[in-house]
Design a protein around this ligand. Sequence first.
Ligand code: GLU
Length: 279
Amino acid sequence: MPETTRFAPSPTGYLHLGHAYSALFAARAAGPGGRFLLRIEDIDPTRCRPEYTTAILEDLAWLGLRWEESVRVQSEHFADYRAALDRLDGAGLLYPCFCTRAAIQAEIARSGEAPHGPDGLLYPGTCRHLSPAERARCMAAGTPYALRLDMARASADLGDLAWSDGARGEIQATPQAFGDVVLARKETPASYHLAVTVDDALQGVTLVTRGEDLFAATHVHRLLQALLGLPTPRYHHHALLLSAEGKRLAKRDRAATLRDLRAAGKTAAEVRTMAGIKG
Ligand code: GLU
């Protein structure tokens, strides 16, 4: 069956062999007559750089990939994420969180407990309990804030949420493990969770393929789909390509970047084979 798939890199560094594998995997998963899309996930201006976007497009084209135009660049679509936030806010599911990182650490230390979720330490919910007057005071004082999802409220009454995963079968979503996730910040007006969920729906993606390091995040994405009335695509979380030493490849592993492999004289066909995709 033809699918609409996508590759969605963040321009925070040069692409390496692991990205090549993921991109080729997605392109192949589209199947004959399917659509393969490219999306640049550059919502975090503190980590993303335009020169990496240029390099990503160049490297993927060199690798022999062709995608449907136009490329969706997330930083050009903040209005779409704002609309989703407004909808969640209208349903009373968001609250402003004025806590700094240090304040969160101090609160956790005070409580003597440090529960963890898939994204790290769980937010202890301090600002969920602020009164409207306290919120108004912090806002008026111009204190920077993040918007958090009230997870207990958001996940109540939704019934069973599940998704179908090509690698693992039918998965029951349990987003509660993430606690009150951040959906927007001052410097990043949409979080990864929000932007990816909105975009996969807006772009009509039918099969999301990505590394298994993002498997846990799908619990949150499934919840957001339910809250925002968006369709649920099918997923396939693929294994990560490892280095010869058995370690996960990272953008800082210079030797494995597609640029360096090309500069060292490798052909695109050779790199595709190194990434484990033949033909
Ligand atoms: N932008 C994410 C990354 O580079 C991938 C997002 C996704 O495929 O859902 O890790």
